[in-house]
Structures are given as structure tokens and as C-alpha cells.
Design a protein around this ligand. Structure first.
Ligand SMILES: [Fe+2]
Ligand SMILES: [Fe+2]
Length: 179
């Protein structure tokens, strides 16, 4: 058996900066909005054709996204975005962050209603309840859209300003250190 050719050697290059966290958070928001739209398409498909293979595939994708990526996104915000803002002196900002934390709880509650239904569709079972999905989806969608709007218009910009101010303070302290 012949040996595979050795991979060409490449010169090492300087490390690139990590992807800014806020870009990743924004990207997840776009995915959330896309998945919410897909859920509407899925319900129409279930109504017209039932749990056909395309509906099962969509249900699997949507279920996996909200179980994993979306939930992790909330956890990341709770860990890295919200605490600094809750420590701020700006009462209205703190109030908005508390509202977003409450939203995370409510979104989780709403998702727990939708999740078993989507899981059933994904697995090809026919016991899903379309009228219930039709009622639950707009509630979930509206809350998510409001939540994302508040984060992108007020909370992420405030968090980025805070991050920049902290970095500036650290640079200023560093410059004052005796050589
Ligand atoms: Fe959030
Ligand atoms: Fe978010």
C-alpha cells in the first residue's frame, strides 16, 4: 500500500484576533429569526401534507437549533453580557436587563410547550397537535422578536460601550505604571 503524500509545510503566521463576541451573538439572532420563519412554513406543510419527510427534516432542524444553539446563546448572555449591566448605576438599563432575564425564562417555558410537538413530527409520529402549535407559535415568535429588538437596540450597544470603557481604563492604568 502506498503512503499518502506528506502535506506541504506552511510558514507559521501571526494569530488572528478572536471573532468579536457580539458578532457571534448577532449572528445567532439572525438564525433565530430564520428558524421562527421556518416554523411557520413547517406548520403550513403539516396542515397541507402532514408529517412528510420534508416536514420531519425541518422539525428536526428547528428542534435541534432551539434545544442547543439558542439555549446556549441565552446562557452566554446571562454569563457575559448581563452581569456588567446589572451592576450599572443606570436604573432604566438595569430594568431592561431584568426584563430580558424574565424573557429568557418565558422563552424557555414557551419552548417546552413546542419542543415535544416538534420532536414528535421529527420522529414521524402523528400525535402532534396542529391547533396547539398554531396557538403557541405566535406567542413564542412575538416574544423572541421583541427580545432581540431590545437586545440589539439598547443592550448590546450599552454592553459594547461598557467593554470599551473598561479597556480604555485598563490602558490608562497601564500607561501610568512606572517603567
Ligand atoms: Fe437574550
Ligand atoms: Fe440574544
Amino acid at each position: 500500500m502506498s503512503r499518502p503524500p506528506a502535506l506541504p509545510r506552511r510558514n507559521s503566521r501571526p494569530a488572528v484576533p478572536p471573532l468579536p463576541a457580539f458578532e457571534a451573538l448577532d449572528r445567532t439572532h439572525r438564525m433565530v429569526l430564520q428558524m421562527l420563519g421556518e416554523m411557520e412554513v413547517l406548520l403550513s406543510l403539516l396542515e397541507s401534507q402532514g408529517a412528510v419527510p420534508e416536514a420531519r427534516r425541518m422539525a428536526r432542524e428547528i428542534h435541534g437549533f432551539f434545544e442547543g444553539h439558542a439555549r446556549q446563546h441565552h446562557a452566554d448572555e446571562e454569563r457575559s453580557v448581563f452581569p456588567g449591566l446589572l451592576a450599572s448605576n443606570d436604573e432604566s438599563l438595569r430594568h431592561h436587563v431584568l426584563r430580558l432575564q424574565q424573557d429568557h425564562g418565558w422563552l424557555e417555558e414557551d419552548w417546552r410547550v413546542l419542543a415535544p410537538q416538534l420532536e414528535a413530527v421529527a420522529q414521524g409520529y402523528n400525535w402532534f397537535e396542529l391547533p396547539m402549535l398554531r396557538l403557541a407559535l405566535p406567542v413564542f415568535r412575538e416574544l423572541y422578536e421583541e427580545h432581540i429588538a431590545l437586545e440589539e437596540s439598547l443592550i448590546y450597544p450599552a454592553a459594547m460601550r461598557r467593554e470599551a470603557a473598561l479597556a480604555e481604563g485598563a490602558r490608562a492604568r497601564e500607561a501610568l505604571k512606572p517603567a
